[in-house]
Design a protein around this ligand. Structure first.
Ligand code: SIN
Length: 475
């Protein structure tokens, strides 16, 4: 397994000789170390990307598409190996890790198909004096910064469209899960991506890394998935260089259950929306609004379903929920639970950390949660389901929208008209209507408000990695 920096198609140690400890969150033990780059390495990576990009941009879209399709196939052929790596460094259950590999690979297949469909347009100007030609060349060098919750898929969701459009990239993988990133990059090169197009530089000091990569004159774009706080920081830094940015930031998804909903189906959807990938997704249901007429039944059935969740090492037989990523994450979510209980919530199930080793939290259901409780306002990122009862739909929608976040929302009702009307009133980039999951490489993923800027996936996704050029022409 390669554990160094990948710069210009070569594996090399970081300039400062530093390493990053990779920890198995199910034991708290260091399982591997990887090279940590410093500012000089980030600069070298942008240099390498800038050198490799023009030839790639000049490569026929069909050729780029075929290489990307090879990436899809190669990742799929390495599903077991990649899933094991993901479990090792992230901790998620192996079945989720296998699902993630296929999700991650699919971004290559989807964007292989999009690579040959980057359309422009041509038309006569209204004044009849010129033709208006519009086309979409690549941005150039793209800096990609990704989180630990999807060690493979959050990279490929950016990498695949960036390459498809003719760009070169410099990736800063998360310090918690760099191993999967390095292996994905290596496999992409084996699949035919020319050296220098994918550069991977992990870092111990993200601030210095960002400064070097963003200040480099060849960098034209920053694509980031992570917290809103770090997103704001990257936006500020990018503003100094007027870089294009795509930001996939935090969420605070409401999950709404009307009194006409099929409660069993709602509970099944709630379990997916809350618990997929160990409840560590930014689309995770964060607050459950159940109509007063069904709140007790929904809460009891949700607690019963949560009580069946098997928590443990992601490699364990039948495990549904792995460890949280760090001890700090566990402490933060426990603080939110304690504050909710102090505000009058009831612990219907769980409510505390599980003794180590590893960073585990009990599957938890809280009833009678107050809308103003911090747990309803902050992203939990753990297996905790706070239930808020409502009677007035307008007030509930106002509360659901009473957040700076607007990434995902879920609505359960048997009345499709009501479902669509409520979905349209939710300030959310994505809505699951009678569904607990909506992520799909063919759909536009992204948030409103402070949950982000731009979209990933779908047909929109590839254009984020393109410029728009207009040529005014006479002939
Ligand atoms: C995320 O948590 O950032 C991504 C979730 C998803 O793609 O489903």
């Amino acid at each position: 397994m390669k554990t160094d920096l990948l710069i210009g198609g070569q594996w090399r140690a970081g300039t400062g000789g530093e390493r990053i400890d990779v920890v198995d969150p199910s034991t708290g033990e260091v399982i591997e170390t990887v090279a940590a780059g410093v500012a000089a390495d980030a600069t070298a990576a942008v240099d390498a990307a800038a050198a490799a990009q023009p030839a790639w941009a000049a490569t026929a879209p069909r050729v780029r598409a075929e290489i990307l399709r090879n990436c899809w196939q190669t990742l799929m052929e390495h599903t077991d190996e990649l899933a094991d790596l993901i479990v090792k460094e992230n901790g998620k259950p192996r079945s989720d890790a296998v699902g993630e590999v296929s999700y991650a690979a699919e971004f290559f297949r989807w964007n292989a198909e999009e690579a040959v469909r980057i359309h422009g347009s041509i038309g006569m100007a209204p004044g009849g004096d010129k033709r208006i030609i519009v086309q979409h060349p690549p941005m150039g060098v793209v800096v990609i910064v990704t989180p630990w919750n999807f060690p493979a898929a959050m990279i490929t969701r950016k990498l695949a469209p960036a390459l498809a459009a003719g760009n070169a990239v410099v990736i800063k993988p998360p310090a918690e899960t760099p191993l999967t990133a390095l292996r994905v990059a290596e496999l992409c090169e084996e699949a035919g991506v020319p050296g220098g197009l994918i550069n991977v530089v992990a870092a111990n000091d993200p601030g210095a890394w960002f400064d070097a990569a963003i200040d480099h004159k060849a960098t034209r774009m920053v694509s980031f998935t992570g917290s809103t706080a770090v997103g704001r920081l990257l936006l500020r830094k990018s503003a100094d260089r007027v870089l294009k940015t795509v930001m996939e930031l935090g969420g605070n998804a409401p999950f709404i259950v009307f009194d006409d909903a099929d409660i069993d189906a709602a509970v099944e959807g709630a379990m997916v929306a809350k618990m997929r990938h160990s409840a560590e997704t930014c689309t995770a249901a964060n607050r459950f609004y159940a109509h007063a007429g069904v709140a007790s039944e929904f809460t009891a059935k949700l607690a019963a379903a949560m009580s069946q969740v098997k928590v443990g090492n992601g490699l364990g037989e039948g495990v549904d929920c792995g460890p949280m990523i760090t001890a700090k994450a566990v402490a933060n979510m426990h603080g939110l639970v304690e504050a909710a209980l102090a505000n009058g919530a009831t612990a219907e199930l769980g409510g505390k950390p599980i003794d180590g080793p590893g960073f585990f939290y009990e599957p938890t259901v809280l009833g009678n949660v107050a809308h103003h409780s911090p747990i309803a306002g902050e992203e939990i990122f753990g297996p905790i389901a706070p239930v808020i009862s409502f009677t007035d739909t307008d007030q509930m929608i106002a509360e659901a929208n009473d957040t700076e976040m607007g990434l995902a929302a879920y609505v359960y009702t048997e009345d499709l008209r009501r479902g669509l009307q409520v979905s349209e009133r939710l300030q959310s980039g994505m809505v699951g209507l009678n569904r607990g999951a909506m992520s799909d490489p063919a759909a536009p993923f992204g948030g409103m408000k402070q949950s982000g800027l731009g979209r990933e996936g779908a047909s929109e996704g590839i254009y984020e990695f393109c410029e728009t050029q207009y040529i005014a022409a006479n002939w």
